[in-house]
Write a protein that binds this ligand. Structure first.
Ligand SMILES: Cc1cc2nc3c(=O)[nH]c(=O)nc-3n(C[C@H](O)[C@H](O)[C@H](O)COP(=O)(O)OP(=O)(O)OC[C@H]3O[C@@H](n4cnc5c(N)ncnc54)[C@H](O)[C@@H]3O)c2cc1C
Length: 319
């Protein structure tokens, strides 16, 4: 599979394709990479096996009592349990005072496009944001001649039973009907999937007894700052460092909550704010937003502190 790529800039355009602004990436020692998620999972998986880890596939966890987790075929007695079972987490539902996932009011169309050329012919290595009324599209390369597209639209509800569906070209084009036709034709000429975007209310703590929630099971949020998987990886690294030094103690749990609750709450709230900014529909406000984006380094400024977060430095202050 392809190696990660180093994008050189982020470009903002309106929904007709007209450029609004851009800022540079990967100057100096910055490290921004874009890559296929499968590749990242593959790297983590190989490392886990190398460290002696074992994976049991095709075994849904069906029950959970204290130290005992029970998939279909056998039961495990576990000293420590990490609940990484996503937004629909069974472990969260069983062990935390928990409200079910709530539809966010947004639907995502997603595709991975294999093409000999990018849509923006001179910007194949860039991250491209297109901002339209009540909708936005992000495209970026995830490997040689492979592009990822996420197309978000405001929608009143999600009535399908499944959270992910195969989507149809005609429906996609009608959701984005006033958009640049060439862009829509380019994107819809590949397999499209449609997702309802859900979130879960924030918890007061990410642990109970010997169970820790990580990733979406702990803090599923709207994806408009592209941080869900990043936070899941940070959670795991943070917890591993704390447990190594403090073992499974109340102090360890408190340090984990102190570090992760504030970081995740901050990004959870800002992702919702970003949703408002990306989906403005009032023409006057669109004009003002685009002017601000074009004259001030606003887009870069709004995410700089998220991207430059130094977890090692934060850990050093506490443990
Ligand atoms: C449209 C969209 C765009 C996004 N864009 C980005 C982005 O650009 N950058 C970013 O960082 N994040 C992004 N995200 C968010 C990201 O996808 C999630 O935050 C991330 O996948 C969460 O990882 P996770 O491991 O916690 O959960 P998941 O990826 O949901 O994994 C959970 C796993 O647990 C398994 N599981 C569930 N229940 C059980 C059970 N009972 N027994 C056994 N196994 C079980 C599932 O099969 C699954 O494999 C986006 C999300 C969406 C919807």
């Amino acid at each position: 599979m392809n190696s990660p790529l180093k994008p050189s800039k982020v470009v903002f355009r309106d929904h007709k394709g007209k450029k609004i602004s851009s800022y540079k990436l990967n100057r100096g020692d910055e490290k921004y990479l874009t890559l296929n998620r499968k590749r990242l999972v593959g790297v983590l998986y190989d490392k886990y096996l190398e460290l002696g880890g074992e994976v049991v596939f095709n075994n849904n966890i069906e029950d959970f009592k204290n130290n005992d987790i029970t998939p279909k075929d056998k039961s495990f007695d576990a000293e420590l349990i990490f609940g990484c079972d996503g937004i629909n987490s069974l472990l969260r539902t069983k062990k935390f005072k928990s409200i079910p996932p709530i539809f966010s009011g947004f639907t995502a169309w997603r595709s991975i496009k294999e093409s000999s050329y990018p849509f923006e012919k001179n910007n194949g290595e860039d991250i491209n944001f297109y901002l339209g009324p009540n909708s936005h599209i992000v495209t970026y390369p995830i490997g040689e001649r492979t592009y990822s597209a996420t197309c978000i639209i405001k929608s009143s509800d999600w009535t399908e039973e499944s959270w992910i569906l195969k989507g149809f070209k005609g429906e996609f084009k009608s959701d984005f009907k006033d958009w640049n036709d060439d862009l829509l034709s380019y994107l819809s000429d590949s397999e499209l999937y449609k997702w309802g975007i859900f979130q879960r209310p924030l918890l007061e703590s990410f642990s109970t007894n010997n169970l820790f929630l990580l990733g979406d099971s702990a803090h599923a949020m709207v994806p408009f700052l592209g941080q869900g998987s990043c936070l899941a990886i940070e959670d795991s690294y943070c917890l591993a460092e704390i447990l190594e030094k403090k073992e499974l103690t109340d102090e360890a749990k408190k340090i984990f909550d102190d570090l992760r609750l504030s970081r995740c709450r901050n990004i959870y709230k800002r992702s919702l704010r970003q949703a408002k900014l990306n989906h403005i529909s009032n023409p006057l406000l669109i004009f003002l937003r685009n002017k601000l984006l074009s004259y001030l380094p606003l887009a870069n400024f709004m995410v700089r502190d998220i991207h430059s977060y130094d977890l090692d430095a934060e850990l050093k202050k506490i443990i």
